[in-house]
Design a protein around this ligand. Structure first.
Ligand SMILES: Cc1ncc(COP(=O)(O)O)c(C=O)c1O
Length: 488
């Protein structure tokens, strides 16, 4: 297929060029009716591309024209059987995958480091989750890969699992051996569903981990807004049949309609068309640039006293996981200093590390600013033992063991709940999830008993004022929803 086309961009341009008397939605009438506070800053041209379904521009929910063509180009690029544009992020793709793969009364294996959108998919589907734990990378205190061995064990204990859902690569760029995992899943007649929100770019360079589709996944979801040039919320879902549970795959298109707007944004979809074009035409050079930039910074940050950068097999080397533990700074402190004192914006921090996502659109000046800031912080903090990281074990405990599941997330979500003081929550059954954000990985799912260990883990985040989802309107987690006893 001719990847240098951008059929949706062309279709919207063709519509605009008819200079239409416009009586459709949206109400701003192409580029005319947008608030001048906004257009004074950003100009008007882009707004003309915010249109709706017309004979030129096709219909996402029943595509037969430009969107269909654009999606087919996307499939061809990734080697998928079918691909879909998503306008509600990878969030809606994850929901649709889970919703299609397992229903109420059926089991699905879920990696415990899954994003909260997996929990939302479980609430929608009603399936019973069986969790598989990721390895822990102790040196960096982060969650690592899901091993094929743990998946095999999971299927031995739960041979009736309909699918495995996992994240690869992770936020931190750690990938799992998806080839081996796909073999295990398929041998059990189960689907491999991969949340590849952070991996839409890995297909374009041999120094990046193998892509989920190349490794044998049945379905994967990619946030093109995270790693390519698409606008925020613009993601894609790909399917590739392997003769496993094809009836479930057929449900995906229909379930995407359940979780997406009936007014999908043409700005988002056009941005997907253009991001696919860029990757198809320039993908290798784009990734080469990102890898070179990240490598340049990694090498220099490594040489900075007190700093180090994560290395290892199977990692996405465009992600920089940086620690300043050598000079006693937590990741939280480092992120704050970089932001407030150097205007260097990292993607996230945890107790040990900060994370930078390096893309083709960064420039050497960005890397030099990050490196210079690290060097300056290193110089300023050298020898300041007062800043030493507090005894970590007392401050942020390790990842907790799996809590006991009393009921499915769906049943808990729709059960009667009451709120109790957070201080009294240990031992109760959660009626909601709580997830430090980012990365948005729930520590407790609805329907699980809040163990003392889980309570203490979340309490550390609460006490230190860390941002979490599920903490109530004021974000303070004074109270939490628990299941009332007669609902159990
Ligand atoms: C691993 C993972 N999956 C899914 C999502 C949701 O993606 P989106 O923001 O595209 O909805 C995120 C968001 O950060 C994520 O980190």
């Amino acid at each position: 297929m001719n990847q240098s086309q951008t059929p949706l961009l062309q279709a919207v341009t063709d519509l605009i060029e008819t200079n239409p008397a416009y009586f459709k939605v949206p109400g701003h009438r192409l580029d005319k009716g947008v608030c001048p506070h906004w257009t004074d800053r950003v100009g008007t041209a882009i707004f003309a591309y915010d249109v709706t379904e017309t004979p030129f521009t096709d219909d996402l929910h029943s595509p037969v024209g430009a969107i269909d063509e654009a999606q087919k180009l996307l499939s061809a690029l990734y080697g998928a059987d079918q691909s879909f544009f998503l306008v509600n992020g990878s969030t809606c793709g994850n929901e649709a995958m889970i919703l299609s793969a397992a229903f109420e009364g059926e089991k699905i294996m879920i990696a415990r480091n899954a994003h909260k959108s997996a929990m939302m998919g479980l609430v929608l589907s009603g399936a019973e989750p069986v969790y598989v734990m990721p390895e822990v990378i102790e040196d960096w205190a982060i969650q690592g890969e899901i091993t094929a061995e743990s998946v095999r064990k999971g299927f031995e204990e739960n041979p009736d699992c309909m699918a495995l859902f996992l994240v690869s690569p992770s936020y931190y760029g750690v990938s799992s051996d998806l080839g081996k995992i796909a073999e295990v899943c398929h041998a059990h007649g189960a689907l491999l569903l991969v949340d590849e929100a952070h991996g839409g770019h890995v297909y374009f360079h041999d120094k990046l981990p193998m892509g989920a589709l190349e490794a044998g996944a049945d379905v994967c979801v990619q946030s093109m807004h995270k790693v390519a040039g698409a606008l925020t919320q613009s993601s894609v879902l790909h399917m590739k049949r392997h003769g496993v549970r094809e009836a479930a795959l057929k449900r995906i298109a229909q379930n995407l309609q359940l979780v997406q707007s009936t007014s999908p944004s043409y700005l988002l979809m056009t941005s997907l068309d253009c991001a696919r074009y860029e990757l198809a035409v320039n993908g290798r050079e784009m990734m080469e640039k990102a890898l070179n930039l990240a490598g340049y910074a990694r090498e220099r940050i490594h040489k900075t006293a007190g700093f180090c950068c994560m290395e290892g097999e199977g990692i996405d080397r465009t992600r920089l996981v940086i620690s300043a533990r050598g000079i006693g700074l937590t990741g939280y402190m480092l992120e704050k200093m970089l932001f407030e004192e150097y205007a260097v914006n990292m993607e996230l921090s945890d107790y040990e590390n900060v994370l930078a996502i390096v893309t083709y659109a960064n420039e050497i000046e960005d890397m030099d600013r990050l490196i210079a800031a690290c060097k300056d912080i290193s110089r300023r903090c050298a020898g300041q033992s007062a800043l030493q990281i507090m005894n970590k074990k007392n401050v942020y405990p390790s990842f907790p063991q799996l809590p006991q599941q009393i009921m499915t997330p769906r049943r808990a979500y729709f059960s009667n709940t009451e709120t109790v003081r957070w201080q009294e929550a240990a031992g109760q059954i959660a009626g909601q999830m709580i997830a430090p954000y980012p990365p948005g990985i729930p520590v407790i799912y609805p329907g699980e008993r809040i163990s003392q260990e889980v309570w203490e883990y979340i309490e550390c985040f609460r006490r230190n004022g860390r941002h979490m989802h599920g903490t109530g309107q004021d974000g303070k987690l004074d109270r939490i929803k628990v299941i009332v006893s007669d609902a159990v």
